[in-house]
Ligand binder design. Structure first.
Ligand SMILES: Nc1ncnc2c1ncn2[C@@H]1O[C@H](COP(=O)(O)OP(=O)(O)O)[C@@H](O)[C@H]1O
Ligand SMILES: [Mg+2]
Length: 489
């Protein structure tokens, strides 16, 4: 529904004066995304090529936003921040155990060509460089996503992203916008703007990239942003690039994998360069989806970068550690406990939802969950080994897929989390609409290690995404959700 006086936007329509102000203030903060082509809600096609974004006009519109920050329990928010370092440690430990990764991902790889390809890449890099070399440097920019589960009152992890954990920069700017709007427009119902926490994601993510760049032996090396052609979320990246330059004096370049294939040079010592300039850090904002590899040359580009001595965010082993299959395996009894000290393992396990494998006929617990899923498909989510939104199966589609045993090992079965619904005015494509909504919290964490020296290990801001309650999926880039901020209650 659109319009509708008397909602949180106050008189004069769902957005009202605050909605009109929000559009201007969003633009001033760089809270922008590329305009979708006329008549669609999808991201625009490539403007004639390059990750540099050149070639066509860059038409920008305000990013999809919530008008007023959503209430979120303070204890749950703080609990999620406290998991940042244990999750950093978990990714380090899991990524450092190649046999575990190979064993755990094998059932998924047997049925999923993309998972298989990523595992093979890992194997090839190990064979050509050796495990010690692979583990010499680490750069993590993770985002752990959570939903509040209303029936249990617990904050449950949806997934842990180790690759292309996006929207940190825009989320930082949204916090500033929401604080400003809340103070200016009392009808938004935020009595104290300080209940909307400042969000350091932009600074913290740029800092991680800069710390890695500084730790790399190449003096004045570049940070290479590996991006999708025609990326819609350009400003989330450009804000980071500006921060890198202005705060840290670090230069960066954006390239697609196809451009990397053409331009990157790898020397015998493993140093990679672009147009003669050393690359110190590779920051993947692409490469997580099969569509990112339309031909062998993109795979070749990924291999070149993995074989290089640059800090990779993520390295192939960090990438694999973020797989949904790994998430499910860590939730098995003794899973996470095998990788973390007891206290951290217990804290992390606290946020695990029910997760089951579909490839182990001997697992009685999984068999029972499968029977329940057949009887009540709405209580479960079926997830393939994919990232980026729009891939999960729910309800009838889930039930139908469960009836085809072939290839089920590529999926994990997950308890459906039931977040509490609220009401919010969503600003999308110049329209305001008041909706019944649910919110998903993401917490960023950053980690930099050079050899044995841990240079950074901390929480790094947050992202609240709010979506219409009736929508199953939650991605902003995928068009399902808007950027929001928590108002701590
Ligand atoms: N167990 C779950 N219960 C309820 N909603 C879920 C669950 N898992 C995923 N979702 C919804 O689907 C979206 C996409 O799932 P996610 O696991 O994050 O995959 P992706 O890697 O595609 O982002 C989430 O943002 C969330 O809104
Ligand atoms: Mg997700």
């Amino acid at each position: 529904m659109a319009g509708g006086a008397g909602g949180p936007g106050g008189p004069g329509g769902a957005g009202g004066a605050a909605g009109r102000q929000a559009a201007a203030w969003a633009a001033q903060r760089g809270l922008l995304v590329r305009a979708p082509p006329a008549g669609t809600s999808a991201p625009a096609p490539p403007p004639g090529g390059g990750g540099g974004g050149g070639g066509g006009p860059l038409l920008l519109v305000p990013a999809p936003l919530a008008l007023a920050p959503a209430p979120f329990p303070r204890a749950a928010f703080e609990g999620a921040l406290a998991l940042a370092r244990p999750l950093n440690a978990l990714v380090e430990a899991v990524s450092g155990d190649p046999d575990y990764l190979a064993r755990t991902l094998a059932p998924a790889a047997a049925h999923d060509e993309f998972a298989h390809r990523l595992l093979r890449l890992h194997e090839e890099v190990r064979q050509r460089r050796g495990d010690a070399w692979l583990g010499a440097r680490a750069l993590g920019i993770h985002r752990s996503d959570y939903l509040l589960d209303e029936p249990s009152g617990r904050l449950l992890q949806v997934e842990l992203n180790t690759i292309a954990s996006s929207f940190g920069a825009l989320a930082s700017r949204a916090a500033g916008l929401h604080r400003a709007l809340a103070g200016r427009f009392p009808e938004l119902g935020v009595s104290d703007p300080d209940t909307v926490p400042e969000n350091p994601a932009l600074e913290a993510i740029a800092r991680a990239l800069a710390v890695a760049q500084e730790a790399h032996p190449a003096t004045d090396g570049l940070v290479l942003f590996v991006v999708q052609p025609g990326e819609g979320n350009v400003f989330d990246q450009e804000l980071l690039r500006e921060q890198l330059w202005v705060q840290h004096g670090v230069r960066s370049e954006r390239r697609t994998l196809a451009e990397v294939a053409d331009e990157a040079e790898l020397d015998a010592e493993g140093r990679v360069s672009l147009g003669g300039e050393s690359v110190a850090v590779v920051y993947y904002r692409a490469g997580y989806s099969p569509e990112d590899y339309p031909s062998e040359s993109e795979w070749g580009a990924r291999l070149t970068l993995e074989l290089s001595d640059a800090f990779k965010c993520p390295s192939i082993q960090y990438h694999l550690a973020g797989a949904k299959k790994v998430q499910q395996d860590l939730a098995r009894p003794g899973g996470v406990e095998g990788f973390l000290a007891a206290g951290d393992a217990a804290a992390v396990r606290e946020c695990f939802a029910g997760l089951w494998s579909l490839d182990d006929p001997g697992d009685a617990d999984a068999a029972a969950a499968l029977a329940r899923a057949r009887a009540a498909p709405d209580d479960f989510v079926l997830k393939p080994q994919r990232e980026g939104g729009g891939n999960n199966l729910y309800g009838e589609a889930l039930a139908a897929r469960l009836e085809q045993p072939e290839g089920l090992g590529a999926f994990i079965l997950m308890q459906r989390i039931r977040p509490p619904a609220g009401r919010s005015v969503l600003l999308r494509g110049g329209e305001a609409s008041e909706e019944e909504v649910v919110s998903e919290l993401g917490v960023y964490s950053t980690y930099v290690r050079s050899g044995g020296a841990v240079l950074l290990d901390c929480p790094a801001g947050h992202l609240l995404r709010t979506k219409v309650a009736s929508s199953d999926e939650g991605g902003v880039a995928a068009g399902f959700a808007v950027i929001d901020s928590p108002r701590l209650v």
